[in-house]
Design a protein around this ligand. Structure first.
Ligand code: FRU
Length: 284
């Protein structure tokens, strides 16, 4: 159950699942795309339960509304692997994802260092940042915000504009147009995903201001964020692995009746112009 296929990252997740499953002809993976509609995702999970699925992999759009159908499957004895965004409580078999709070904090620490080095910031004494948040009813949005704010504590960095762009590039672009209209001095945009960072870049470019500020995003897909970093559009992108291959590895174990850990935390790398050619650098 995929919450949407609008972003390249989710297309990649499904491709990773398909690829890992292809090596196991005994697996038949049925994909459903909820098209970013929570109610549709709820009913699709119910359909899977009723159709007698042996195991569910769910990447939920929002935490609270997707908790009941996931719990219902789990309570019926269907193993449920929750991927990337979390549900509430513990009624699922396994969660797989990277540590978004840590990614947000590492991104924040990286941005503080970079900002304090900018001549404009040195002259002004404080940095001015825009934060374009992922959907705040989903856990990665909440955690990428919380970790980032932790890193800013006590630092001369002000978030002068923030908005929920719901993970969507066109929303990010619109929000950034508003920020640019109001603020003449912006040093950096922190977007919770690369489509958001790219949307902000396009807004700045249309205003002829893209060279006067830095853009930082999250996901760092080889065909998306890493390319933006190499092209110099993004100053940095933090990797958010899809977990697709790990989900299939866990599914095989569960279908054989093995016990798996409640949570698998995936590692993440940072990509910058200096390290992208070498494959990025692992977060500590
Ligand atoms: C895709 C996406 C990614 C992001 C993830 C968070 O829908 O927005 O860009 O990293 O979801 O759940």
């Amino acid at each position: 159950s995929q919450c949407n296929l609008g972003e390249p990252w989710r297309v990649q997740m499904n491709a990773d699942i398909r690829k890992a499953a292809a090596a196991h002809p005994e697996l038949n993976v049925i994909f459903k795309d909820a098209q970013n509609d929570t109610l549709k995702q709820r009913s699709q999970i119910e359909e899977f339960i009723n159709s007698g699925a042996d195991l569910l992999i769910v990447s939920p759009k929002e935490a609270a509304p997707l908790t009941p159908p996931v719990a219902a499957a789990f309570k019926k004895g269907i193993p449920v692997i929750v991927l990337d965004r979390k549900v509430l409580g513990g009624d699922f078999t396994q969660f797989i994802g990277a540590d978004n709070r840590k990614i947000g904090r590492s991104a924040g620490e990286w941005m503080v260092r970079r900002l304090l080095d900018l001549p404009a910031v040195k002259a002004r004494g404080r940095a001015r940042v825009v934060e374009l948040k992922g959907l705040m009813t989903s856990t990665p949005g909440q955690d990428r915000n919380a970790g980032f704010r932790e890193a800013l504590q006590g630092k001369p960095v002000d978030v002068i504009f923030q908005a929920d762009m719901k993970w969507l590039e066109p929303e990010a672009r619109r929000e950034m147009e508003s920020a640019l209209a109001v603020y003449k001095d912006i040093d950096l945009v922190y977007a919770h995903n690369d489509p958001g960072a790219h949307g902000a870049y396009l807004a700045a470019k249309a205003a002829g201001r893209e060279k006067s500020l830095l853009f930082v995003g999250i996901d760092a897909l080889a065909q998306e964020g890493q390319v933006y970093v190499r092209q110099g559009l993004l100053a940095a992108s933090f990797e958010y692995p899809t977990g697709g291959a790990e989900a299939i590895a866990s599914a095989l174990k569960l279908l054989r009746g093995e016990i798996v850990p409640k949570e698998i935390t995936l590692k993440s790398r940072v990509f910058t112009k200096a390290n992208v050619a070498a494959g990025g650098e692992w977060l500590p």
